[in-house]
Design a protein around this ligand. Structure first.
Ligand code: AGP
Length: 607
């Protein structure tokens, strides 16, 4: 899951814009970067292992000449982070440069075939076969587009690529199969990139390339064709509604802190959904013989919270399923009566899309909940809802989790109404609480940060954390655990507290910090029992509970008090916020970059 960027400018050099574009794509992968430009008919490449700032400074990339070029920021899949494996990769004569996001599954056999034809390879990557395949096709008198088209037909796997050549110095060829790619059109230039934030500073006029499409970009023109048969494709420009400031850090040190503090706004936007789509999704769910909630990582945690909410409000059994396990666990049993609600903020997660493809092949109804307009999930869903969180750049999902849960709750309330499962008073109470959520989150952000900083300091050298909750709070515990684990690298366990005595309690020892989610609700006596159980073995109890909840406070070593009156079923939204802050503060104290945790990337577009 790398980031690719290409552009042709009417005026000026492209290198600074390519670097800026890669900077905005850095959340997709950041272990090495490279840029290629064409100037006076010569192809120049500068690339190395490392972050954009350090490599571009060391190699003076911004000084590269040329008004046409491409750039790549990498997340290694084949070949360790090293200059040799950094993109762009070239052909034997260094006329052709290719950047790629995805995985070529049949690269070994293609490589052997090309080696037998006398090609030399210098990297360990799968990508390097592409420029050599194109070179082969160009030798049989094809132009760059035709040669790339022929080469692509030999590939098995996923790709978004951009190709330039000193033989055709005014052209960029780009194409996609599974990995995302968007074009941008402006007065001064034409762009292609893995994601909109990279081209948004230059234009709000975009075209989302679809699977199996190839585009030929020249200054002032673009042509799109289908890779399968070369047939032309007409596609209208789409306008991006959000502005670049929304995708910038503004006065925050990190995207993660900005996105945590944006939650009152993103939640209010999440309460202003387009009714007709919520109604449509509700009707499909109501008709389903079985309902499955599909997601990966944080989106899976939203699905777990959703399963409690659908059951309690609408009496609908909805099974949360981890995307990468979907085909194995339900692939053989789902069918025409199954409804799959796929949840993915990026709308491009490989595991989720693969599961969706399988479900569609078995005639199941696929619905989507995503944050990304124009994403692949929106195109493969019978109906979808955009959760309206605004762009999320920090690798650790924060505002998109709370938005997903507030959207799922609204769908469940609609379903409860449609099915007559709640009285009007109950519906009104939940609706009233739902509208209060953004304010509760606002007050939590204002009142808990100081306490969270103190707790982060106290547990700075902790080697293990436990996160426990009962009922719907087990989803909050899992999300809190994921945030801390993914940006501080401290091992963490999270599970429904009732499971402790069936094994996990064996890791509890003196001074082990255990975070307990304790909203007032139907599991109160059980959660108090769990706290006592764990405390009796010397653990330190960190409780997140309602303000003035003396019973819980007395049992705890550290307490984060939450506003009164938050219904248990809505608690994952406000109660996860102090856990997002705890992860952020601990990462800062450990001098780690919360926005770019090691080995991770924002959207996982490869198997
Ligand atoms: C969460 O902080 C991670 N970035 C990751 O687990 C993420 O939630 C997962 O990859 C799913 O992404 P999606 O919502 O874009 O599909």
């Amino acid at each position: 899951m790398c980031g690719i960027f290409g552009c042709i400018l009417r005026e000026g050099s492209v290198a600074p814009q390519i670097l800026d574009g890669l900077k905005r794509l850095e959340y997709r992968g950041y272990d090495s970067i490279g840029v290629a430009t064409i100037h006076s008919g010569t192809l120049e490449i500068r690339k190395d292992k490392g972050r954009i700032d350090e490599v571009s400074k060391a190699l003076k990339i911004s000084e590269m000449k040329g008004s046409l070029g491409i750039g790549h920021t990498r997340w290694a899949t084949h070949g360790a982070p090293h200059m040799i494996n950094a993109h762009p990769h070239t052909d034997s004569k260094r006329n052709i440069a290719v950047i790629h996001n995805g995985v070529i599954e049949n690269f070994m056999e293609l490589k052997q075939e090309l080696i037998d034809k006398g090609h030399d390879f210098i990297s360990k990557t799968d990508t390097e076969v592409i420029p050599h395949l194109i070179e082969e096709e160009i030798q049989s008198k094809k132009n760059l587009k035709e040669a790339t088209l022929a080469a692509l037909k030999r590939l098995v796997g996923s790709y978004a690529i951009a190709v330039i050549s000193s033989l055709e110095p005014d052209t960029i060829i780009c194409a996609r199969h599974e990995s995302p790619l968007v074009l941008g059109i402006s007065e001064n230039g034409i762009y292609c990139a893995s994601d909109v934030p990279a081209i948004r500073p230059y234009t709000n006029k975009v075209i989302y390339l679809r699977n199996g499409e190839l585009s030929t970009l020249k200054l002032g023109s673009y042509e799109i064709i289908r890779i399968s048969d070369g047939s032309p494709v007409e596609r209208a420009l789409e306008e991006i509604k959000w502005n670049i400031e929304e995708a910038e850090k503004q006065d925050y040190d990190h995207y993660m802190s900005k996105e945590i503090y944006e939650q009152p706004i993103s939640l209010r936007n999440g309460l202003r959904l387009q009714e007709q789509y919520v109604d449509l999704i509700t009707q499909f769910l109501d008709r389903g013989k079985e309902v499955l909630l599909l997601g990966a990582g944080t989106s899976n945690h939203s699905c777990i919270a959703g399963s409690y909410i659908f059951s309690k409000l609408a009496r609908l059994t909805a099974f949360p399923v981890i995307s990468s396990e979907f085909i194995e666990v339900y692939g053989s049993s789902i069918g025409i009566d199954s409804v799959i609600l796929a949840v993915s903020q990026s709308g491009e997660t490989y595991d989720t899309l693969k599961a969706v493809d399988h479900a569609r092949l078995r005639a199941a109804t696929v619905l989507g909940l995503t944050n990304t307009v124009g994403s692949t999930l929106t195109r493969v869903s019978r109906a979808y809802i955009i959760q309206q969180s605004g762009p999320e750049i920090g690798v650790a999902a924060t505002k998109t989790f709370t938005s997903q849960v507030i959207v799922l709750t609204q769908i469940a309330l609609k379903l409860a109404k449609l099915r007559g499962k709640l009285s009007q008073d109950e519906l009104d109470d939940y609706e009233k609480s739902l509208q209060q959520i953004p304010d509760w989150v606002d007050s939590v952000l204002g009142s808990t940060n100081k306490k969270v900083k103190a707790i982060a300091k106290k547990y700075l050298n902790t080697k293990l954390f436990l996160f426990l909750g009962r009922g719907i709070s087990s989803s909050t515990a899992m999300e809190g655990r994921l945030k801390l684990l993914e940006i501080t690298y401290v091992p963490c366990l999270a599970y429904p507290a009732g499971e402790s005595k069936h094994g996990p309690i064996s890791v509890v020892e003196d001074k082990l910090p255990c975070v307990f989610l304790c909203p007032r609700g139907s599991t109160r006596s059980e959660i108090i029992g769990s706290i006592m159980e764990i405390k009796a073995r010397g653990a330190l109890i960190i409780s997140i509970c309602e303000e003035g909840d003396s019973e819980i406070i007395q049992l705890s070593d550290d307490v984060i008090e939450m506003p009164k009156g938050i219904p248990d079923l809505l608690s994952p939204i406000p109660y996860v916020v102090p856990l997002q802050l705890l992860a952020y503060e601990l990462a800062l104290l450990k001098k780690l970059d919360p926005d770019k945790p090691r080995n991770l990337a924002k959207s996982v577009t490869v198997p």
